[in-house]
Write a protein that binds this ligand. Structure first.
Ligand code: GDP
Length: 648
């Protein structure tokens, strides 16, 4: 179902033309009849030559009533710009044209009315026509058909309806995304029925009996009846003009600009990120912290500007701004709006809501903020997904898909594209394993928990590197840092810490990329080596020499510590150069290897061995033999059975 809206200078014949086209007098109020001027929105409908029923929103042209025009024009498919042939283009013609352009109304036709009054002067008519063409250049209506008509004689009316068919054929059908929204442009009561609201329905179907919510008040009501073009219907479709009879709310509880929705689908907001374009002939720039009137759908509220990428936006310019609305309004991404100066009352510019719930005040002049808004503005699901990931990473696929307003399939598709482009890393260990098994295709499964942008991954790696470097510098003789300590140091400070599974996946990924090496419960930089001072080196080589001289009864732990200092001794053990078998007994790696070899040989031929046999076999003392065997038990090489040991 389609809706067209009239626009044009006051007294140029809009209402008369609508009456001539539809047979319905849109000037419905007695007051309007008296003043012969449309002071509120009038509604009518007609059937076009191709059989389609089209709603007509007739908007007032008088400057004082511009806001009423905005209320009606939000949801129209095409504009019917009315220009009287005797007067030609006038100031409000231009202002309305600028508004149609800012609202990006998808198409339009110009009706050059009252041609009966200029019939005697064909040259004048031609002049006006050329002037109109010139006026349209550079606007969304550039190149639109210009149809000369007379509401009085009926001349050109058929040609006009045919032109409307052509223009509507090029306008895409309204989307049905299952979330009906009706911006209320009128509310009144009818005795015997109660509260009636009217508006143009978008984004979904409304049905009789359905429960609805009025945003921003949050009141709920039930749809008692529906009408389109004065016909009772059970269901209203997107793009149609609808009158909704509501039960459960009174006329006083509803305001023009409120929105009828399905409960829970559209939230009210007071902070919005928008892209704005200034009208080309604005005498004033748009400034930071300026008070403006914000119009969107049927709502009008004062708002304050926060210019994000400039100090001021000049006539014809564009920019990114954050608006703080003085009252909550139901808005969604993609909604159009107009900004007007409150006094003198003038249109400054307009544009599109890019981010209806930023949730925070952005700092100005931040390239990353503008980048994020540009991504939203592009409407490209991949860019939006990337931005939402950047805002909350590390995050799961479902978190990012929800925030991006994408369903599961769309989210997965966006993720696949980003992974293939190398812009996103999936840290999940099982996904990595799966991909390694399947090397010719990047398989992405839903339910992925740990996504991070490639920039984010670089940052995490840099934090790990810095933390480990510091640790290695502080403890030059320790081989590695305990995992827990590393986790607490590198997890992001803001928000929550990392879950263990995320940290494990990060360590696994950094290990796979050869940044770090894991040894049980510790982690070190892959190429870290302990470093000794010359004095420590001398002490170490002297100590190792005495181990070599007496491999079977070497220096004790206490003697070794006395010779090198505790740190160096621990490093010798950590790095595997010394094997500490008990609190007091320590061997060189080589000596230990030989002893174990001899013991294993004996065990293999004899089946078992006692401590005394070990002492005799190695020609050492009982203390060393006992320490060694207990150590081998603890290493699960041997098992104690009474006084003997057997192989495990
Ligand atoms: P609106 O303010 O744009 O809605 O203009 P109206 O429809 O109220 O028309 C303004 C005046 O122009 C009225 O007096 C109409 O009778 C007159 N008018 C409208 N259309 C025509 C037309 O085609 N020919 C002539 N001669 N007068 C017209």
């Amino acid at each position: 179902m389609r809706v067209i809206g009239t626009a044009g200078h006051v007294d140029h014949g809009k209402s008369t033309l609508v009456l001539a086209l539809t047979g319905i007098d849109p000037d419905r109020l007695a007051e309007e009849k008296a003043r012969e001027m449309t002071i509120d929105l009038g509604f009518a409908w007609l059937t076009l030559p191709d059989g389609q029923a089209v709603g007509v929103v007739d908007v007032p042209g008088h400057i004082d009533f511009i806001k009423n025009m905005l209320a009606g024009i939000g949801g129209i498919d095409a504009a019917l710009l009315v220009i009287a042939a005797d007067e030609g283009v006038m100031p409000q013609t231009q202002e309305h044209l600028a508004i149609l352009d800012l609202l990006e109304v998808p198409g339009g036709v110009v009706a050059l009315t009252k041609i009966d009054m200029v019939q005697h002067d064909p040259e004048w008519l031609e002049l006006v026509q050329v002037d109109v063409e010139d006026t349209l250049v550079g606007t969304g209506l550039e190149g639109s058909e210009i149809i000369p008509v007379s509401a009085r004689t009926g001349q050109g009316l058929e040609a006009l309806t045919e032109a409307l068919v052509r223009v509507l054929a090029d306008v895409p059908e309204r989307r049905d995304v299952g979330r009906p929204r009706l911006a209320i442009d009128r509310v009144f009561t009818v005795s015997g029925f109660g509260t009636i609201v009217t508006g143009t329905l978008s984004d979904g179907i409304l049905s009789v009996g359905q429960e609805v919510e009025i945003v921003p008040t949050g009141l709920t009501a039930r749809v008692r009846g529906l009408q389109t073009h004065k016909q009772k219907i059970d269901q209203a479709v997107p793009g149609s003009r609808v009158a909704v009879n509501l039960t459960g709310v009174s006329k006083e509880q509803i305001n023009r600009g409120d929105v009828v929705t399905m409960p829970g689908t559209v939230g009210p907001t007071i902070l919005v990120d928008v892209h704005v374009r200034m009208v080309s002939d604005s005498p004033w720039p748009l400034e930071h912290n300026q008070l403006v009137n914000f119009f969107s759908g049927a709502a009008e509220v004062p708002a304050r500007t926060r210019l994000l990428d400039s100090e001021a936006i000049q006539a014809g310019g564009t920019g990114w701004i954050q608006l703080r609305l003085s009252e909550p309004v139901a808005l969604q991404r993609g909604d159009r709006f107009i900004l007007r100066l409150p006094s003198p009352s003038r249109t400054l510019g307009g544009g599109v809501v890019v981010n209806p719930y930023p949730g925070r005040r952005w700092r100005r002049f931040r390239p990353e903020v503008v980048q994020m808004l540009q991504a939203y503005y592009s409407g490209d699901p991949v860019r939006i997904f990337q931005q939402e990931l950047l805002r909350r990473e590390p995050a799961s696929l479902s978190q990012v898909a929800n925030a991006s307003n994408l369903n599961a399939t769309e989210g997965l598709k966006a993720l696949e594209t980003l992974v293939e482009a190398g812009a996103v890393e999936i840290l999940d260990a099982d996904w990595q394993r799966q991909r390694d098994d399947d090397d010719d295709r990047t398989t992405v499964r839903p339910g992925l928990q740990h996504l991070v942008s490639s920039e984010g991954w670089q940052k995490i790696k840099a934090r790990i590197t810095n933390t480990l470097q510091k640790y290695h510098r502080q403890y030059p003789l320790r081989m590695a840092m305990p995992r827990e300590e590393l986790k607490s140091k590198v997890q992001s400070r803001r928000g929550h810490g990392w879950s263990l599974s995320l940290f494990n996946d990060i360590v696994a990924r950094a290990t796979a990329q050869n940044l770090i090496a894991e040894t049980g419960s510790t982690v070190r930089l892959r190429d870290h080596q302990a470093s000794l001072t010359p004095k420590q080196q001398t002490a170490v080589s002297q100590l190792l020499q005495s181990f070599e001289r007496n491999p079977l009864s070497p220096p004790s732990v206490a003697e070794s510590v006395a010779a090198t200092g505790e740190d160096v001794f621990l490093w010798l053990v950590d790095s595997g150069q010394l094997i500490r078998v008990s609190g007091d007994v320590v061997f060189s790696a080589e000596g230990y290897g030989k002893m174990v070899e001899a013991i294993l040989e004996h065990l293999q031929s004899e089946g078992s061995i006692t401590v005394a046999q070990v002492r005799d076999l190695l020609g050492t003392s009982r203390k060393y033999a006992l320490g060694l065997m207990e150590y081998l038990d603890s290493q699960r090489v041997t098992r104690r059975v009474g006084d003997t040991r057997v192989l495990r």
